[in-house]
Design a binder for this molecule. Structure first.
Ligand code: DLZ
Length: 203
């Protein structure tokens, strides 16, 4: 058996995901690996008590699309949450309809469709596998920086679930799909619950 000093050590605190709402945005490139990572993340979210109805999954074409999708999903949820605070906007009545970021402040009765509360965390899942051109380097670099920017700009944790693998074998191993591998999606689910819980306390 090989020993290693690498990897995530388990937290001594079992964070409670019961009150949390988590979005998962995933790319559709390299779906065998994506599907395993997604399943691992969802399994750990549920294990920590996140309700299925509070796990919102959105797919996008490739990893390059992840930052914008995360950003818009966070913004949409916040706009909705603000719209639900009828006290804040006293005098308005609420029903069903549309709410969008950038919409001018309502002056009459408003209607709202996008359900619910803000997201406590977003997990961005993508699998980039190095090819023979520079595509890999450009996408890895821009996506990792952009995802960091989204979380710092919004204050909502964005879990970096983007595998940047040099070979197919590396990607399979990191999704727990080959012998001795480990599904990193599980770590991302746990990280979302931990960071979502921290940020609730830090508000
Ligand atoms: C174009 C491309 C390539 C070559 N490789 C990957 C990959 O390994 N993983 C991934 O998630 N996406 C890849 N893409 C697609 C880009 O992320 C993006 O979807 C397109 O360039 C369109 O913007």
């Amino acid at each position: 058996m090989s020993h290693t000093i690498k990897g995530l050590s388990e937290s001594s605190v079992k964070y409670d995901g019961t009150p949390l709402r988590v979005a998962i945005v995933h790319a559709r490139w390299n779906t065998t690996v994506i599907d395993a990572l997604l399943a691992g993340a969802v399994a750990k979210l549920k294990e920590r008590g996140v309700k299925e109805s509070n796990i919102i999954i959105q797919s996008v074409p490739g990893s390059f699309e992840l930052p914008l999708a995360c950003s818009r999903m966070i913004a949409g949820a916040h706009v909705q949450a603000a719209s639900n605070v009828s006290d804040l906007l006293g005098g308005l009545s609420f029903g069903t309809g549309n709410s969008r970021a950038g919409t001018p402040a309502p002056t009459g009765p408003v209607t709202v469709t996008m359900p619910n509360e803000p997201f406590d965390a977003v997990i961005a899942i993508g699998v980039l596998i190095k090819g023979s051109t520079m595509h890999f380097e450009y996408i890895c670099d821009s996506v990792s920086h952009a995802l960091m920017k989204v979380q710092l700009d919004t204050g909502v944790p964005v879990i970096f679930g983007v595998l940047t693998a040099l070979t197919d074998e590396q990607a399979l191993e990191r999704a727990g799909l080959s012998a001795g591998g480990h599904n990193h999606g599980e770590d991302w689910g746990l990280a979302a619950v931990e960071m979502g819980s921290h940020v609730r306390r830090w508000k």
